[in-house]
Design a protein. Structure first.
Length: 116
């Protein structure tokens, strides 16, 4: 059984930065892929960023150049810079163990609120 424990998030003014972390119960390199999703009120869950292998990353167009996904031995990170009010959402980390785009383990979610 895989456990993902999130930390970070909170309230920040537009233009500010936040860093999210997701501690895994086993080595992050044991997962086929890891990713960050977000869900704003009344919206569908949106894929923000993914990482496969050691350094292969992909990003939603809305966050390219502002967000950076990375991982070390046991933790997944999301560095978020130049935050905007439209980035306000609950952010979830996720891990894929069976297929690259099938995320079957999830963190508990953490609120990110960006004020104008």
């Amino acid at each position: 059984q895989v456990q993902l424990e999130q930390s970070g998030g909170g309230l920040v003014q537009a233009g500010g930065s936040l860093r999210l972390s997701c501690a895994a119960s086993r080595s992050t390199l044991s997962f086929i892929a890891m990713g960050w999703y977000r869900q704003a009120p009344g919206e569908q869950r949106e894929l923000v960023a993914t990482i496969t292998g050691v350094t292969a990353t992909s990003y939603a167009d809305s966050v390219k150049g502002r967000f950076t996904i990375s991982r070390d031995a046991r933790t997944l990170h999301l560095q978020m810079n130049s935050l905007q009010p439209e980035d306000t959402a609950v952010y979830y980390c996720a891990a894929a163990t069976r297929a690259r785009h099938v995320f079957d383990y999830w963190g508990q979610g953490t609120q990110v609120t960006v004020s104008p």
